[in-house]
Design a protein around this ligand. Structure first.
Ligand code: ASP
Length: 477
């Protein structure tokens, strides 16, 4: 018999069907036993009545065992209908059951909301935490958001293109993860902080409309709710101005919220726009939370922050640094101030803020070599460094680079806010802990001496003795 998904059973009243899944709960009512059975599509109440073949096999069965059950789908009597679940008007009368696997008692109760459980424990047993109803919902909403974005952008003629993870440093302001290059002693790849340079080079290539659901890597000290790796909708367009990019993203966001999470309410449409300067003066921040009621998680207050300054002065480095990144285009009317008052130069740079969180940032880019050169000069990048780090960009600008711009909304934060979660870990299947560890896999972890010598690395004093002494046969050649 073919296995049925639980969500399909509403149409099978009176039929004999086979389901597979996990025992969610078990309730013994005198001689009759009720079990809720769970699969990826939902939950079904199964009744075991004395005398059936199935009944004789369930003595030991406990929650989280994996089973296949055959039985008849019946309509529940009127007063037994459970309006809280999709299959609340039906139940199965089991005739046969097969245990596919047993399960130990889980370290925490997964038939309840696990948000109160010690997070280290939840992350160590993430595959169990992910069985809980809230986590299933969060991961599903995230999936729906990504699917919506893809379909929306395909219709707008975007190409979905992958860019490399093993690459070279790109300046987005954070420390980078480096990967030793075994074939080139002393040299390293860098994991991308974002696909910024690749997407601009795709515009030079002529793709005109690119997007990618891109993983970004930033090795920052773990402040607040940050993750070493996170996901952005990375997007770039040619022959556009700021207005067109803002409009595209705004339309997509509105439709996405209204389609995927209609319980949320957008406070104002179109999204208000305020300048960076105004935001700082009026709200003391460039990420204002403009909700009427800050405790209402269903209220969504989007706001565009535009005209951000091109540079900031870094007291630490005692020089100008980019507010966004060095590829951002200065506003035309401020170009004359580049030398005299660089800190007053505004950029075609924009952030989308939602309920006090920056959920997207982008800019119109420089596409001419002389302006890009000039910006690097103002940032104090030496001629030598310019060529070494960005020679490929400067060169590309000399081969017919179109005007272009883009943006990168953060998927994790958007999913968290739309799911009414406070931290992005709650919408990621396998997040790192607050201090950047993978509690389930046990990463980071030492590697063997052999692996280190393969990639020409000797550990520094403070890390000495950490490498594993494995025999050669245990290492992966
Ligand atoms: N690459 C930028 C970032 O990660 C976004 C952009 O300018 O498109 O913040």
């Amino acid at each position: 018999m073919k296995r049925n998904f639980i969500s399909e059973l509403g149409e099978k009243i009176g039929e004999r069907v086979l389901i597979s899944g996990w025992i969610h709960t078990r309730r013994d009512h005198g001689k009759i036993v009720f079990m809720d059975v769970r699969d990826m599509t939902g939950m079904l109440q199964v009744v075991f009545i004395p005398g059936s073949r199935a009944y004789d096999k369930i003595t030991d069965i406990r929650p989280e065992w994996v089973v296949s059950i055959t039985g008849k789908i019946n309509k529940r009597p009127e007063k037994m209908v459970n309006k809280d679940i999709a299959t609340g008007n039906i139940e199965m009368e089991a005739t046969e059951i097969e245990v596919l696997n047993e399960a130990k008692t889980p370290p925490f109760e997964i038939d309840k909301d696990t948000s109160g459980v010690d997070e280290e424990l939840r992350l160590k047993y993430r595959y169990l935490d992910l069985r809980s109803e809230r986590m299933v919902k969060n991961i599903t909403v995230r999936h729906e958001l990504i699917r919506f974005i893809r379909e929306y952008l395909y219709k707008e003629n975007f190409r979905e293109i992958e860019t490399p993870y093993l690459t070279k440093s790109t300046p987005e302001g954070a420390r980078e993860y480096i990967v030793p290059a075994r074939l080139y002693p002393g040299e390293f790849y860098v994991l991308p902080q974002s696909p910024q340079q690749f997407k601009q080079l795709l515009m030079v290539a002529g793709f005109e409309r690119y997007f990618q659901i891109a993983r970004c890597f930033r090795d920052e000290d773990q402040r607040g709710d940050r993750q070493p790796e996170f996901t952005q909708l990375d997007l770039e367009m040619s022959f556009v101005d700021q207005e067109q990019i803002l409009n595209l993203i705004e339309k997509m966001m509105v439709k996405m919220v209204e389609t995927i999470t209609p319980e949320n309410k957008i406070q104002s449409k179109p999204f208000p726009r305020i300048t960076y300067k105004e935001s700082i003066e009026k709200y003391g921040t460039d990420k204002p939370d403009l909700r009427k009621s800050k405790s209402d998680k269903k209220e969504l207050s989007f706001v565009w922050i535009v005209d951000a300054p091109l540079f900031k002065y870094s007291k630490l480095e005692k020089k100008l640094v980019s507010s966004h990144h060095p590829f951002t285009m200065p506003k035309e009317e401020d170009l004359t101030k580049l030398d005299s008052k660089p800190e007053e130069v505004r950029a075609y740079a924009y952030d989308l803020v939602l309920n006090g969180f920056e959920i997207a940032g982008g800019s119109i880019r420089i596409h001419k070599r002389d302006i890009q050169d000039k910006i690097f000069d103002l940032l104090g990048v030496s001629e030598d460094e310019k060529l070494r780090r960005f020679g490929h960009m400067l060169e590309a600008f000399e081969y017919g680079a179109p005007p272009h711009g883009g943006i990168a909304p953060g998927i994790d934060r958007i999913a968290a806010i739309l799911s009414h979660e406070n931290v992005i870990r709650e919408v990621m299947a396998f997040p790192k802990t607050g201090d950047a560890r993978d509690a389930m896999m046990g990463a980071p972890s030492p590697v063997s001496e052999r692996q280190l010598s393969d990639v020409h690395i000797k550990l520094a004093k403070e890390a000495e003795g950490k490498a594993l002494k494995l025999s050669d046969t245990e290492t992966n050649d």
